[in-house]
Structure formats: structure tokens, C-alpha cells
Design a protein around this ligand. Structure first.
Ligand SMILES: *Cc1c(COP(=O)(O)O)cnc(C)c1O
Length: 397
């Protein structure tokens, strides 16, 4: 314990305190389990916030990345590399879209999507006053552009002014979106399932309505699938559950399963009429090492038949969580899709307390807005792991 406390003390001395961290130092992982530096085992239902899709210690992933590490990690986007081509082709196959730009993070993918949408509109009418409609309680990242479309005034206030011409509608309220559309509107951005906002799936009527509205008014639909994409919903992308296709999709988190990588992916129409040579760039984005991770993650999804597994385990997780809603009067609701679930508590029972106790009981959980406990296990989780999680959670409740 002393060594772990010493590391925590040193961390607080040297790292900028932008997080109130849990008092634990993780050392290694195996499957769906994490181990701290004292050797204590934890069942992980956070997965580094929906990152470790493949869990820990996937052999083929480790071997592919080790081989790529020894070969070449980085070139520059001035040159071509084979892993980026294979990763892009795989990503196009699973998104059904036309062109990829690789980034290093989710926020950067959102930045790129915003730039592509603005350029697309600019090429149409040469105007420079286009508006984007975003959603209340959304989360798109912490960089200035991504923060500007994040519907959380507490996150924005100290950093005002945001980038201009962003309007906020109420999520799942089509009329509130319609009311904001005018001749300057160029795009609508939303999460298919709101993550940080408390695990709130878009309703079918809302998402199909927004798609129709975009088609009717010539607006781009940008779906942020950074958290809900990459198999977490039981489909490769959550928009497949709705039979809706975006013009631009942003991905990150699970796509690298632990290596920092993201992407924005565009339809042929948008790719043809938006960002051109010189308009956008990145030093690291799509380097051979990160691209190797993407390529391997997507091939592992197919090999392990992960989306089919998620459909089944996700249904089971939803059932087990719904039992808790009946059982505990301070739990208001269970919401979610696939292996992305939230348990909303009444205000008087702060979920942060449950996260702390769960950690003591060897269970890693994080919270989200609306006093919601969040469940985002690695996608390889089994029903037995879910049973074990429920048992540990009960003790923490
Ligand atoms: C995490 C997240 C982001 C930001 O990704 P980073 O990699 O942290 O920059 C954006 N959108 C959604 C929906 C997210 O969950």
C-alpha cells in the first residue's frame, strides 16, 4: 500500500490536477480484469472509458503491434504507409462511407468533422457565417471546437468565447431542432447514444426525423460514435440500429483498443466537396503503429464475432440491471444499448459514492451526468463476469 500511496503522492506533485482520480494505481490487465501495483484484482466495467474493446492481453493484437513497433512506428503524412491503407479500407467497410482521415483522439476527430462541414457549406455558397446545431447535454471533447459543440455550460464558461455560430437544441426533441434551422445552418452534430450526458440513446423518431430534416434542407448529419460506436451497441455502429446513415461519423476510443487513435469518416459527396490538400493535417494521425492497431482491432472483431456476442451479453446486462431498479428504491432507471448501460439514481444517493465503494470491492465503474452509474465493460465480457459484477455491485449498494 505504501508504494501505491507514494506513487499517488508523486503524481499529485507532478501532474496537473485536472482530474479527481480514484486512489488506485493500475499495473497490468488480463481479459476483463485489472491488477493494481499491490496485486489486488479488479473486474473492469469501465474499460478505460469504452476504450479496451478487446479487453486486456489479446494475443494477436499484441503480436501485430509488437511486430509493427519493431518495423516502423511513424513516417509522416508526406508519405504513404501500408497499415494506414489497410486500416482505412477496413474502416470504410464497417462504416459504409467513402474516405477516412485518421486523428490521435476523439476531440480531434470532432474538430475535423466541424471543419469538413464548414468547408462543404463554404464551397456551396462562399458564405462565412454558417451555423451548426448541436445538442444539450452532449459531449464531444475538450479542445476549443469540440468544446464549442458540447452542450455543457460549466465546461465552456471559463474558456469563453467558443467558436461562433453554434446553436443548441434539446436531444430527442425534433421540434426544438427544426426551430433552429435557417439558411445559414450547415450541419447537425449529435451522439447516437449520449455517453457522458448519462447514457441516453436517441429515439428512433428523433434520429430518423433529424436525418429527414438534413436531407430536406441540405444539411450534413455528423454522428459522434466515439463512445457508442465500434461494436458497443451490438452493431458495428449504433446508427445501424436506426437504419440511418450519417454524412460524417467520428470514431475513437474502442477503435484503437488502447492505442490513441481516432478518425472522421466521410460520405463520397462530402469527401469530394470539402477538405482538400492544405486544408487539414496532423503529424501523427494515421501513423503505421496506430493504423496497425485499427486494422488488428477490426479484424479481431470479425474473428471473435464480437457484435453477435455483444447483442447477447448486452441483453443480459440490461436484464440484470433492470432487476436492481425493482429492488432498490433509490435507483430510478436503467438505460442503454448493447454493452453501454447507465443506472440513474435519485439525487439524494450520489453515484460517486458507489464508484468508490465498488473500487474497494474490486469493481471498476465510472459515473456519468444525471447521477448515472455507467457500465462499459470490454466487449469480450461473459455472462459469468456480469453475474460477478452484479454481486460486487450489490455489496457496494
Ligand atoms: C470521449 C468522447 C469524445 C472525446 O474523445 P477524446 O479522445 O477524449 O478527445 C468525444 N465524443 C464522445 C461521444 C466521447 O465519448
Amino acid at each position: 500500500m505504501d508504494k501505491m500511496n507514494e506513487t499517488i503522492r508523486e503524481a499529485e506533485e507532478s501532474l496537473l490536477h485536472t482530474y479527481n482520480r480514484f486512489p488506485v494505481v493500475f499495473d497490468h490487465g488480463e481479459g476483463v480484469r485489472l491488477y493494481d501495483t499491490e496485486g489486488k484484482e479488479y473486474l473492469d466495467f469501465c474499460a478505460g472509458i469504452a476504450v479496451h474493446a478487446l479487453g486486456y492481453g489479446n494475443r494477436e493484437y499484441e503480436e501485430a503491434l509488437t511486430a509493427q513497433l519493431k518495423k516502423l512506428t511513424h513516417t509522416s503524412n508526406y508519405y504513404y504507409n501500408e497499415p494506414a491503407v489497410r486500416a482505412a479500407k477496413a474502416l470504410l467497410r464497417i462504416t459504409g462511407l467513402s474516405k477516412v482521415f485518421f486523428t490521435n483522439s476523439g476531440a480531434e476527430a470532432v474538430e475535423g468533422a466541424i471543419k469538413a462541414a464548414r468547408k462543404y457549406a463554404y464551397l456551396k455558397d462562399q458564405k462565412t457565417d454558417h451555423e451548426i446545431i448541436a445538442m444539450e447535454h452532449s459531449f464531444h471533447g475538450r479542445t476549443m471546437g469540440a468544446l464549442s459543440v458540447t452542450g455543457n455550460s460549466a465546461y465552456q464558461e471559463p474558456f469563453l468565447p467558443m467558436i461562433g455560430n453554434i446553436r443548441f437544441a434539446a436531444f430527442n426533441d425534433l421540434n426544438s431542432v427544426k426551430a433552429l434551422v435557417n439558411d445559414r445552418t450547415c450541419a447537425i452534430i449529435l451522439e447516437t447514444v449520449q455517453g457522458e450526458g448519462g447514457i441516453v440513446p436517441a429515439t428512433k423518431e428523433f434520429l430518423s426525423g433529424v436525418r429527414e430534416l438534413c436531407d430536406e434542407k441540405g444539411l450534413l448529419l455528423i454522428l459522434d460514435e466515439i463512445q457508442c460506436g465500434m461494436g458497443r451497441s451490438g452493431e458495428m455502429f449504433a446508427y445501424e440500429l436506426y437504419g440511418v446513415r450519417p454524412d460524417i461519423v467520428t470514431v475513437a476510443k474502442g477503435i484503437g483498443s488502447g492505442i490513441p487513435v481516432g478518425a472522421f469518416v466521410l460520405s463520397e459527396e462530402v469527401a469530394e466537396h470539402s477538405l482538400k490538400a492544405g486544408d487539414h493535417g496532423t503529424t501523427y494521425g494515421g501513423n503505421p503503429f496506430a493504423a496497425c492497431a485499427v486494422e488488428t482491432v477490426i479484424s479481431q472483431f470479425e474473428k471473435l464475432n464480437l457484435t453477435e456476442r455483444v447483442k447477447e451479453t448486452g441483453k443480459y446486462l440490461g436484464e440484470r440491471l433492470s432487476e436492481l431498479v425493482k429492488e432498490y428504491d433509490f435507483i430510478r432507471e436503467a438505460r442503454g444499448v448493447g454493452l453501454m448501460w447507465g443506472l440513474e439514481f435519485v439525487k439524494e444517493k450520489p453515484v460517486s459514492e458507489v464508484c468508490k465503494r465498488s473500487l474497494e470491492n474490486g469493481l471498476v465503474l465510472v459515473s456519468a451526468a444525471r447521477n448515472t452509474l455507467r457500465f462499459l465493460p470490454p466487449l469480450i465480457v461473459t455472462k459469468q463476469d456480469i453475474d460477478e459484477m452484479i454481486e460486487k455491485l450489490r455489496r457496494s449498494l
